[in-house]
Design a protein around this ligand. Structure first.
Ligand code: 9MR
Length: 393
């Protein structure tokens, strides 16, 4: 080996060494720069998770545009339907995990905070559950369902909606199938089983209209009851199926504060803002509400084409106010999840009147960001500059 060659080799090794040092040097600020900016998840990264409920086409990745938006904008997912009891266990003792497995795999692949929805809910139950009339048999069913499902995804599902919609509007416990057969204690039982099956998962009580003072008091009683018995509960899920005019920011704020004072986190689990007429003051998400007589009535479905600019602005303003409030209480809020990815996929096209054209989300039917998206993002413009700053060497 000539001296020149030796010197060159030494020089190359030195260069390689210096290069590898640079690459592995932990540079916190650089690491924290979200690659996908501008995006909701990037912009709100230091405040709370931002997510969406996803449907079957998105879970199996046949909805290309949807998948692109999901990957770019969100860092938490919820399955809109595919993990409900009727799909996971359609026949007693026979489980079908096809879509749930795909959902969890997608969440892992996209590095999401993965939510499980929902373990114990009186709606979307399989037929066999309606013939369980005896308390021991009901307890056995709940135990088998929770153990099987939660254990399967231990460490992979990061938060569970353990009990869904257990309360009436006045805050009392709903006379659901579970409550009627097992009594009020079914709530404790479900939380206890979930905690045993995955001690690390966050356990949430999820319901709609939780801004209402009477229902709020009911949640406070329920959470305190569990806590008094030493049963783990980590969060309250405020579903947030709201409208352009209600609920008031004050009611929402009072609930955020009340739940936080219990020592649990607030999750906004199912956010959407209906833009359509609602002359009956149907609030929340009682799926049994249905106004068939208005199907096809144009006055109830005025925005079948694009949303007029004036309403688009109202929606944007409403979303901005809501996010301003969420930011004010970001220390108490872990997550804000939209109930759907884009307007075309929203359940609000079918409730409480079937076949309407609603516009409740931040992305339109072509998955393009709406004015509401920009107004929400505008709240974070200042921080974005900070995120993008490349640290000086
Ligand atoms: O968005 C879901 C819709 O596709 C289903 O038909 C409906 C059936 O009950 O459930 C909807 O999701 C609900 C969620 O699971 C619980 N909170 C209310 C949501 C809207 O109804």
């Amino acid at each position: 080996m000539t001296n020149t060659f030796k010197a060159l080799t030494l020089f190359s090794v030195l260069l390689l060494f210096l290069h590898s040092c640079k690459e592995t040097k932990p540079d916190k600020l650089v690491e924290e720069v979200p690659k996908e900016l501008p995006s909701l998840k990037g912009s709100f990264a230091n405040s709370f998770y931002i997510g969406a409920a996803i449907n079957e086409h998105q879970i199996i990745e046949t909805d290309d545009k949807g998948i692109e938006v999901i990957d770019r904008e969100f860092n938490t997912l919820t399955p809109e339907n595919n993990m409900k009891w009727m799909y996971l266990q359609p026949v007693a003792g026979t489980f079908d995990f096809e879509f749930a497995d795909k959902y969890v795999a997608l969440g892992e692949k996209m590095d999401m905070f993965v939510v499980g929805h929902t373990l114990v809910w009186h709606s979307q139950l399989p037929d066999f559950m309606h013939s369980v009339k005896d308390s021991a048999a009901m307890a056995a069913q709940i135990k088998n369902h929770i153990n099987t499902v939660v254990s399967r995804y231990k460490g992979k599902i990061h938060a569970w909606d353990v009990v869904n919609e257990a309360l009436n509007e006045d805050g009392s416990l709903r006379a659901s199938l579970f409550q009627q057969v097992l009594g009020d204690e079914y709530v404790e039982y479900a939380f206890q089983l979930a905690a045993e099956a995955d001690p690390e998962a966050e356990l949430i009580y999820n319901d709609y209209n939780l801004w209402k003072p009477e229902k709020r008091a009911g949640v406070v009683r329920l959470v305190k009851r569990l806590q008094a018995k030493g049963i783990k509960i980590d969060g309250v899920g405020m579903q947030a199926h709201w409208s352009l005019v209600g609920p008031t920011l004050e009611d929402i704020e009072n609930s955020i504060i009340a739940y936080s004072e219990l020592g649990v986190k607030v999750h906004f689990t199912e956010l959407d803002v209906t833009a359509l007429p609602n002359p009956w003051d149907a609030e929340g998400a009682e799926v049994s509400q249905n106004y068939e007589e208005y199907e096809g009535d144009e006055t109830m479905d005025p925005y079948r084409g694009d949303l007029p600019d004036s309403v688009q602005m109202q929606l944007a303003k409403r979303y901005q106010e809501l996010f301003k409030l969420f930011l004010k209480h970001e220390d108490k809020i872990d997550r804000v999840t939209f109930w759907g990815v884009n307007d075309g996929g929203s359940w609000l096209n079918g409730w409480p009147i079937k076949g309407r054209t609603n516009h409740p989300l931040l992305f339109d039917r072509d998955f393009e960001p709406k004015k509401a998206y920009s107004e929400v993002m505008a709240l974070k413009m200042k921080d974005k500059v900070t995120y993008n700053k490349i640290p000086s060497e």
